[in-house]
Design a binder for this molecule. Sequence first.
Ligand code: 13P
Ligand code: SF4
Length: 297
Amino acid sequence: MKKLEKLKKERNAIILAHNYQRPEIQDVADFVGDSLALAMKAQQTDADVIVFCGVDFMAESAKILNPDKIVLHPDNKAKCPMAAMIDAESVIKLKEKYDYDVVSYINTTADVKAVSDICCTSSNAVKVVENMPNGVIFTPDENLGKYVMRFVKDKNMVLWPGFCPTHQGITKKDILKLKEKHPSAQILAHPECTEDVIDIADKVASTEGMVKYAKQTDAKEFIVATEKELCYRMKKEMPEKEFYPIANAICPTMKKITLEKVIKSLENMKPEILLDDEVIEKAKKPLQRMLDIGRGD
Ligand code: 13P
Ligand code: SF4
């Protein structure tokens, strides 16, 4: 990977990668994390160029927080299907109807963030909603919204019916089959999973929260109910423990980023994330408000 190292130095670039990225991408990244940790890292870096290995909304968030830096997204077709399930116009209509604050999951486009009051990630969704003074329009992940409602009982919440196809496809049956084979394994689940999966989980957390929990607990085996590549990072950081992924839990759009495309993006300095100045200014407020609240798990 001498070529990549040389390019990184020449461009003063940093590679940020999400926990669902291919193993070879995780291996060359300067930092691997969940969407909240990646947004924080993007804000702190003094690199001139951020190569963002993840999906569109993550790379856009890095740009919103760093409008003066060049943010490269090695494949601009790597788009999160859940983020495409809500648009700014629908958010504005809901706001007119309910007069509640809009809490938008970070898995949204910059346009949707620009009309939201605050963002959240899977790490701090409960904390963010708890902080809101009135009712909340929660968009776009209905499963995450229902998970938040388990903890926040004193607020009206209007949920948008969006979902993540990868997490929606993880079934209780898949998990129980694995549990039969590995009875001592604890069940870790992402809050994008359906309610019946959440009900049988020992721990529900963001991808980073799962890593943290697995490190802290005495348990030695884990069934990991989220995108399967998180198990690569977990095994790398905890070789003495066992992690069982859900075989079909793959996010195809995350897998669009390849090592070849990462190198090419630094060679050609594209595809670059370019956003309208006004959208950046408006979208920065809800993102910053969320960052000020910090981690919840
Ligand atoms: P995390 O922030 O927990 O990594 O989740 C991001 C995501 O897209 C989950 O599908
Ligand atoms: Fe979007 Fe789901 Fe992929 Fe996460 S796993 S990026 S929510 S499609």
